[in-house]
Design a protein around this ligand. Structure first.
Ligand code: HEM
Length: 438
C-alpha cells in the first residue's frame, strides 16, 4: 500500500520532510496542542449545529407556544431554531460542548501564550509566530462573540446592541462602519445572516489559515527545547518523531481531553436562552461579556463618562476611548513583546523564568492589571452588593487597577530573589558535599 501511494504521490518525501519532526516531550508543550484540538472539535460541533440552525431574524410562529389564532406568538427564526436544537436528541449537549470548547480554546491559548512568554520562546527567530499567535487570540475572541449572538435570545440581542454602539462610537466613520459591519441600522433584518457569515465562514477561515501558518513556521523553526534536552544532547533536537511516536500520544490526549469536556458539558449547562426569551426592549441588568473580554468592559465601566472631546469635527467620546483606544494600546503592548525583550536570542532552550526576573515580574503585573480591570467589570454588582457606592466606586477601582499590579511586580521580584538565594545556597551545599567526598 505504501509503495502504491508512494509511486503516485511520493509520500516518502512528505514523511522525510514533516512526519519525522522531533517533538519535545514535556507537558507544557501540549498546551498549543490542546488549543488545536479545541479548534478541531469546535469545527466539527459547529458543522453539526449549522445543519439545524436557521440563520434568519424573520419572525416565525413559536411551535413550542403558538399563542392563539388572533394573537400568534411570533419569534425570530434563529431563536426558534436554537430552541428546536435544544429539544433534539443530543442537541442541547452539542450546544454545550460547542460553548464550553470555545471557552477552553481561548483559555488554552492564553495559558499557551503564558508558557511562550515566561520561557522566552517569543525571541528571535520566533517573533513572527508570536505575532500570528496574537492574531489567533484576537480572531478566536471575535469568533466567540459572533457565536454568542446567533441564538438571538434577549441576552444576545442586548449584547449586539452594546457592540453596535461601540463600533458606532468610532469618530468620523462610526455610523458607516457599524452599518457596514451589522448589515444596516441596528437591529436590521440582515443582522443574523451577516453575523452567521462571519461566524461560520469568514472567521473560522481566518483562524484555519493562521493556524496553518503558525504550524508551518513552528515546524520550520523547530520548537524551543525543554531544559533537560540541554543535558541530554547539547544544541541537538531531542524528542520523539511525529510518526509514529508523537501521533498516538496526541490522539490519546485529544480523545481524553474531548471526553473530559463532554463529561463537564453533560453536567454544566450553558446560559438558558429559554429563560431570557426572544429579543425585547426589556434591558437585562448587569449584562457582561465572557471572562476574556471582561477587562475591556471594566475599562469602559471606570473611564470617566465626561472624558470626550471634539477633533476635526469628530467626537472622541469615553466609549471610544474605553472600548477601542485603551484595549488597542494594551493589545499593541502585547504585540510589542518581542521588540521589548531583546536580551539574547533564544534559538534552542526554554528559559527558566526565575533567571529573567524583570520579564517575569512584568508578566505577573500585567496579569494582575487585566484581573483588576475584570473586577472593575463587576462595578454594578459590587455597588448592588453594598461593597462600593456610586460615589466612591470609580476611585477605589482605579486604585486597585494601578496599585495591585505595582505590588505584584515588586512581590514577584522579591520572591524570585528568595528562590535564587535558596538555589545558590543549595548549589554551594552540593559543591561542599562533593569536595568533602573527594
Ligand atoms: C488558536 C490559537 C493557537 C493554536 C491552535 C496554537 C498552536 C500551537 C502549537 C500546537 C504549538 C506547538 C506546541 C507548543 O509549543 O505548545 C505552538 C507553538 C507556538 N505558539 Fe501557538 N497556538 C495558538 C495561539 C498562540 C498565541 C496566542 C501565541 C502568542 C501570542 C502563540 C505563540 C506560539 C509560539 C511563539 C510557538 C513556538 C513555541 C516554541 O518553539 O517553544 N500561539 N502553537
Amino acid at each position: 500500500m505504501n509503495q502504491w501511494l508512494d509511486e503516485r504521490l511520493h509520500i516518502s518525501r512528505l514523511n522525510d520532510k514533516f512526519l519525522r519532526k522531533a517533538f519535545p516531550v514535556h507537558h507544557s508543550f501540549f498546551l498549543g496542542e490542546i488549543t488545536l484540538f479545541s479548534l478541531i472539535v469546535l469545527i466539527i460541533t459547529g458543522i453539526l449545529l449549522a445543519l439545524a440552525y436557521e440563520p434568519s431574524n424573520s419572525l416565525v410562529v413559536n411551535s413550542f407556544d403558538p399563542g392563539t389564532a388572533d394573537k400568534q406568538n411570533l419569534i425570530p427564526a434563529a431563536y426558534h431554531s436554537a430552541l428546536k436544537i435544544n429539544a433534539m436528541p443530543f442537541g442541547d449537549m452539542l450546544r454545550r460542548v460547542h460553548h464550553w470548547m470555545a471557552n477552553i480554546m481561548v483559555a488554552a491559548a492564553v495559558i499557551h501564550m503564558m508558557r511562550i512568554y515566561f520561557t522566552g520562546a517569543f525571541k528571535k527567530p520566533r517573533e513572527i509566530n508570536w505575532w500570528i499567535g496574537m492574531l489567533l487570540l484576537i480572531f478566536a475572541a471575535l469568533t466567540a462573540v459572533t457565536g454568542y449572538i446567533l441564538p438571538y435570545d434577549n441576552y444576545a440581542f442586548q449584547t449586539v446592541g452594546v457592540v453596535y454602539a461601540i463600533v458606532k462610537s468610532v469618530p468620523w466613520v462610526g455610523d458607516w462602519l457599524a452599518q457596514a459591519a451589522f448589515a444596516g441600522q441596528f437591529p436590521g433584518a440582515g443582522i443574523i445572516p451577516r453575523i452567521y457569515g462571519y461566524h461560520i465562514m469568514l472567521l473560522p477561515g481566518i483562524l484555519l489559515a493562521l493556524t496553518g501558518a503558525h504550524m508551518l513556521i513552528m515546524i520550520k523553526q523547530k520548537h524551543t527545547q525543554p531544559q533537560y534536552a540541554k543535558r541530554l544532547a547539547y544544541k541537538k533536537i531531542v524528542g520523539v518523531p511525529l510518526m509514529t511516536q508523537q501521533t498516538p500520544i496526541m490522539l490519546i490526549l485529544a480523545l481524553l481531553f474531548t471526553g473530559l469536556v463532554m463529561l463537564f458539558a453533560a453536567y454544566i449547562p450553558v446560559h438558558p436562552i429559554e429563560v431570557f426569551g426572544p429579543p425585547s426592549s426589556t434591558p437585562i441588568p448587569n449584562i457582561k461579556p465572557d471572562w476574556y473580554l471582561l477587562w475591556v468592559f471594566g475599562a469602559l465601566a471606570i473611564i470617566p463618562g465626561n472624558l470626550g472631546f471634539e477633533l476635526f469635527g469628530g467626537e472622541i467620546n469615553a466609549e471610544f476611548i474605553g472600548a477601542m483606544v485603551f484595549p488597542g494600546l494594551v493589545i499593541g503592548l502585547m504585540f510589542a513583546v518581542p521588540m521589548l525583550d531583546r536580551a539574547k536570542d533564544n534559538q534552542y532552550y526554554a528559559e527558566n523564568p526565575t533567571n529573567h526576573p524583570v520579564r517575569l515580574a512584568a508578566g505577573t503585573a500585567f496579569m494582575a492589571f487585566l484581573l483588576m480591570l475584570s473586577v472593575a467589570g463587576y462595578k454594578p454588582d459590587l455597588i448592588q452588593a453594598g461593597l462600593l457606592t456610586t460615589a466612591n466606586s470609580n476611585a477605589i477601582l482605579w486604585i486597585l487597577v494601578i496599585a495591585v499590579p505595582v505590588v505584584t511586580y515588586f512581590a514577584t521580584i522579591g520572591i524570585v530573589r528568595m528562590i535564587r538565594a535558596l538555589r545558590e545556597a543549595d548549589e554551594r551545599d552540593s559543591l561542599a558535599h562533593a569536595h568533602a567526598d573527594d
